[in-house]
Design a protein. Structure first.
Length: 324
């Protein structure tokens, strides 16, 4: 089968297309014929091993994982022993950052992993980007204990996480202020934001409104910059470690003093989350934003584009399977 592989850490150029063995399906696993996947920030971080701590889990000097890719949409090609919830031919989508492998014609995943049958009415290309950013957004919303009727600002409202967060917050009945660049103002309004702030026209932290929560969905701000935007007991929550990896430490320290504080929730993964995202997509409450698509052969260009930090929503990779 064809796969995008890398044998060392580094820039996008370490990735190449190669013929590799099809993975063997074992008990409790599904073999997925991948029809669409994405290149996202998580893939880029693992590919480059940045931050360095990635190496502690995936290989100190050389990567143990050759084929990256965590999001996928495809069909079940084979089932291992003991699998009853899925059958050969089922159309599925999901997320897998345990064994990875979605940047290939075929991948394996545990039958009880974060996957579900495809949302009705969506293509593989539309469903593939439905889990990575959205499950991070759900973790942030849950971790910040956000509820209907609150006021929330989302900084970086056009990335995979931010665009999902805007939609999921509106589904909860939250009043959302979204921060983005000029070119994306109308897009973000279309996602349901009640107010849109163009950060290229001024400093968004000078907003005179106060919020129950500020979500930094792109890891480009800090608690220090955003503290003034928060209500007296407001929460700053980020999807990144922050400057000098401060966010986890601030999440431990700031709650001790009461008042404005930081939370840094770890993302949750379960089959129930995949099912919930399927339901939200079917109802129209959430639809992944797609910036552009590339065929597998052009995945290097996809990596280069994602590395610019200017993508809107998700970058999708499509597969043209050869007849056997």
């Amino acid at each position: 089968m064809r796969a995008a592989i890398r044998t060392r850490y580094g820039p996008p150029e370490v990735v190449s297309i190669a013929e590799v063995d099809e993975p063997a399906v074992t008990d409790g696993e599904l073999l997925i014929k991948v029809h669409a996947t994405t290149v996202n920030r998580t893939d880029c971080a693992l590919r480059a091993a940045k931050p360095f701590f990635w190496r502690l889990a995936v290989g100190l000097f050389r990567p143990k994982v050759r084929v990256l890719g965590n999001e996928f949409a495809g069909e079940v090609a084979a089932v291992g022993g003991g699998v009853t919830a899925f059958r050969t031919g089922d159309r599925v989508f999901g997320y897998n950052d345990r064994t990875w492998g979605a940047h290939a014609d075929y991948m394996t995943i545990r039958h009880d992993g974060m996957l579900a049958t495809m949302p009705e009415g969506l293509t593989y290309e539309q469903a593939a980007p439905g889990t990575e950013g959205a499950h991070y957004a759900l973790s942030v919303i849950h971790g910040a204990r956000i509820r209907g009727g609150q006021d929330v600002l989302v900084y970086g409202a056009t990335g995979a996480i931010g665009s999902a967060a805007v939609q999921l917050l509106k589904q909860l009945g939250v009043t959302v202020t979204a921060v983005c660049a000029t070119k994306d103002v109308e897009l973000v309004r279309g996602l349901g934001a009640d107010k849109v702030v163009d950060y290229t026209a001024g400093d968004f932290t000078r907003d005179d409104r106060r919020y129950d929560a500020v979500i930094d969905a792109v890891g480009k701000s800090s608690f220090g910059r955003c503290k003034g935007l928060l209500k007296p007991r407001g929460v700053f929550i980020a999807t990144d470690l922050g400057p000098y990896a401060q966010n986890p430490f601030l999440a431990l320290l700031t709650p001790l003093f009461g008042g404005r504080h930081v939370r840094f929730p770890l993302p949750r993964q379960s089959q129930a989350i995949a099912v919930r995202l399927k339901e939200l997509m079917e109802s129209g409450a959430f639809r992944p934003v797609i910036d552009r698509s590339y065929p597998l052969d052009d995945i290097l260009e996809a990596y280069r584009y994602v590395e610019t930090g200017h993508k809107t929503g998700s970058v999708v990779i499509t597969f043209a399977h050869r007849e056997s």
